[in-house]
Design a protein around this ligand. Structure first.
Ligand code: CDP
Ligand code: MG
Length: 661
């Protein structure tokens, strides 16, 4: 390992880097991915006498894996002198002098220590990714660098993409370039656009495996679902052909993959076999996978998009930028000459792709950022020095939303409720639901649901051979609480998640129970961890704990009401055509196939959803029935009588008529 370290491109520049940092307070360091910035630079700082260093990462997985790697390089236990901190998981101790943490966690540290006085060096890593939190961290760090003066050193580390932009932003800070070592990468395009890029990716993997010399393959996909689909397709097509083709080892990597399973991508491939890593764009720059010679790039990634006019944020699969395509191809040439198969045309690369990715800050709902900045005392957001200023209408929208949630006063000042919301590392709607749960006496249930929502994407599994059983087990969770959430029943996904968690808890957190109910045990364990963290945080904001399940007769109405008190901007009404439209804005949205309501015979008149995903259409993920009257009850300033015309609506609806008779 020490020999490997010494051979990294950055190693030759250790002394120069330290000298530059003695001279300049802010240093921009650019170097090709894999040159050693993330793992080595903070260690050089330790060797150079700095005492307390933090290094931000846009991704949880990267923070954990890099900290583990550095701890191993220094032969120390992870969590001792070298540790990491990510949301809901702190692996540091009193002894920690080098901490890798997500950019979001560093933002939260500003809340408890506005000048970050406990650090003598702050390294903002992967700055080129321009994640939302990274951009905000840069704004705040620029500010504190001014008044902390010589007591603070700042490093902005970036892949070789547009780094001069950061020099300008940090008032002409010097740029330190680490020359890369790269082998040539042969780029191949498809002749015509691919109709189905997943299928094309599977075919290309098999062609490379059958015809190309040894070397691992890296495929870039847009998300966990695509990774799982391709994994299954590849397993099917190679089954029983190991002796003919040589073994093909499949290793997935994406942000929510448990760390034990991520290790597979770093294990060396045995002779005679070939590894194919199926990755999201996490492998573009923040995780380096050894041994890759072939890259397959379908040219897509999942991205957040925000529409300030409707206030809706959604995840969608979009074409990547040329800069990202170049990064992806570069992953094939790290250790020897390689090949990159682009599953799009050369014309598309030159004419259709954007030059650079759009910074996340410019395509996000900024309510959470605004809440955080305001609780740091930054009231004039239009004057805040962002690397790229967000559109003023997005800022206004955020202020309006925070006002609607009761986080801001009519004068635009943070309220007590807003301060409590800011203390919770949750997006504002969820934070508002948690704070409101105090009023409804159901904090225990609401934080369980929040914790479950944070793992809901990877909670249930559905093996093809047992699909019927798996569906039945899932439906049982929805039934367990049906009819217990208010006049309308509160049926849907939120109470089903609550039932699932509580049944698991009552089984003594049994693994067997998880098998029988087709629930992923590690997702539940993670939900339990998240829940414990939330529980501890509630102490900090003085929210007393109460449970309607313990106290009452099993009526869960207060739980659904508390959720409505947070998620009311996500309320939708059923139209006569059997479609849902958002109550505000009137956008058409659909129930996601994973929802308990998807196969429901009776669609509720009013629902609220947790989040939207845009694929072929706008899908609501995690949907529950609500009573329209609650919207006026929890948000009279947001919904008018006309918005929620209860009487008129119920007269038209057969179910309501039925209830009257
Ligand atoms: O940050 P940068 O892309 O410049 O490089 P790095 O992440 O510090 O990686 C330097 C070297 O450490 C690479 O050769 C990686 O393969 C290796 N590394 C590793 O083996 N395991 C990790 N978890 C991270 C990096
Ligand atoms: Mg790095």
């Amino acid at each position: 390992m020490q020999a490997e370290r010494a051979a990294l491109p950055i190693a030759a520049y250790k002394e120069e880097l330290l000298a530059a940092l003695r001279q300049y307070q802010v240093l921009i360091v650019e170097g090709e991915t894999g040159s050693g910035k993330t793992t080595q630079l903070p260690q050089y700082l330790l060797d150079g006498g700095y005492r307390s260093i933090c290094c931000t990462q846009p991704r949880r997985v990267a923070a954990m894996s890099v900290a583990a790697r550095v701890a191993a390089e220094r032969s120390v236990a992870l969590g001792s002198t070298v540790g990491y901190s990510i949301r809901f998981e702190d692996c540091t101790s009193e002894a920690t002098v080098l901490k890798y943490l997500t950019d979001g966690m560093l933002l939260r540290e500003f809340l408890s220590e506005p000048d970050l006085a406990s650090y003598d060096v702050i390294m903002v890593d992967e700055a080129h990714e321009r994640s939302l939190s990274t951009d905000v961290v840069m704004g705040l760090v620029k500010d504190i660098a001014r008044f902390r003066g010589d007591g603070l050193r700042v490093i902005i580390a970036s892949a070789t993409l547009n780094a001069s932009k950061f020099c300008d932003y940090f008032d002409g800070a010097p740029l330190f370039s680490i020359p890369g070592r790269r082998f040539p990468v042969d780029i191949l395009y498809t002749r015509a656009p691919e109709a189905n890029y997943l299928d094309a990716a599977a075919v290309t993997v098999l062609q490379v495996h059958a015809s190309q010399p040894a070397g691992d393959i890296l495929v870039f996909l847009a998300g966990q679902d695509e990774i799982e689909d391709l994994e299954e397709a590849l397993r099917e097509r190679t089954r029983g052909r190991g002796s003919e083709l040589g073994e093909l080892l499949i290793a997935p990597i994406y942000a929510s993959l448990p760390s034990e399973q991520q290790a597979a991508i770093f294990t060396p491939t045995p002779a005679g076999a070939r590894k194919v890593v199926l990755a999201t764009n996490i492998a573009e720059t923040s995780v380096t996978i050894p041994g890759v010679v072939y890259v397959i790039d379908p040219g897509f990634a999942k991205q957040k998009a925000y529409n300030a006019a409707t206030g809706m944020e959604s995840l969608l699969v979009v074409p990547i930028s040329r800069a990202a395509a170049v990064q992806r191809a570069g992953r094939a040439g790290r250790t020897q000459a390689g090949k990159c198969f682009r599953l799009y045309t050369k014309w598309s690369f030159t004419h259709e792709m954007e030059d650079q990715p759009v910074p996340e800050l410019l395509r996000s709902n900024l309510a959470q950022v605004v809440l955080l900045l305001m609780s740091l005392g930054i009231d004039n957001l239009l004057a805040f020095d962002f690397v790229d200023a967000p559109p003023p209408e997005t800022l206004l929208r955020s202020l309006e939303l925070l006002y609607a949630l009761g986080a801001l006063s009519p004068a635009g000042k943070l309220t007590k409720r807003g301060r409590r919301m800011a203390e919770l590392p949750l997006e504002p709607l969820m934070a508002a639901a948690v704070v409101a749960s105090e009023t409804y006496g159901c904090t225990e249930e609401v934080i369980t649901i929040c914790a479950m929502l944070s793992v809901a994407g990877a909670l249930f599994y559905r093996p093809k051979a047992k699909a019927v059983l798996a569906d039945a087990a899932r439906a049982a969770f929805a039934r367990a609480s049906a009819g217990r959430g208010g006049g309308g029943g509160g049926g849907g996904d939120h109470l089903a998640l609550l039932a699932c968690y509580n049944q698991w808890r009552d089984s003594g957190h049994s693994t067997q129970w998880c098998y029988e109910n087709f629930v992923q045990v590690r997702s539940l364990r993670r939900a339990r961890d998240v829940r414990e963290q939330l529980d501890a945080l509630l102490d900090r904001v003085d929210v007393p704990r109460a449970s309607v399940l313990d106290a009452g007769d099993g009526d869960l109405t207060p739980v659904v009401k508390a959720l409505t008190a947070g998620y009311f901007p996500h309320a939708c009404r059923l139209t006569k055509a059997g479609l849902y439209r958002t109550v505000k804005g009137g956008t058409t949205v659909h129930v996601h196939p994973s929802s308990a309501l998807y196969r429901s015979e009776r669609l509720p008149r009013y629902v609220l959803y947790h989040e939207l995903v845009l694929t072929s259409k706008e899908f609501m993920r995690a949907v529950s029935e609500i009573e329209p009257g609650w919207l006026r009850e929890v948000a009279p300033h947001y919904y008018t009588e006309q918005d929620v015309d209860v009487a008129a609506a119920s007269a038209k609806m057969p179910r309501a008529v039925g209830r009257r008779s």
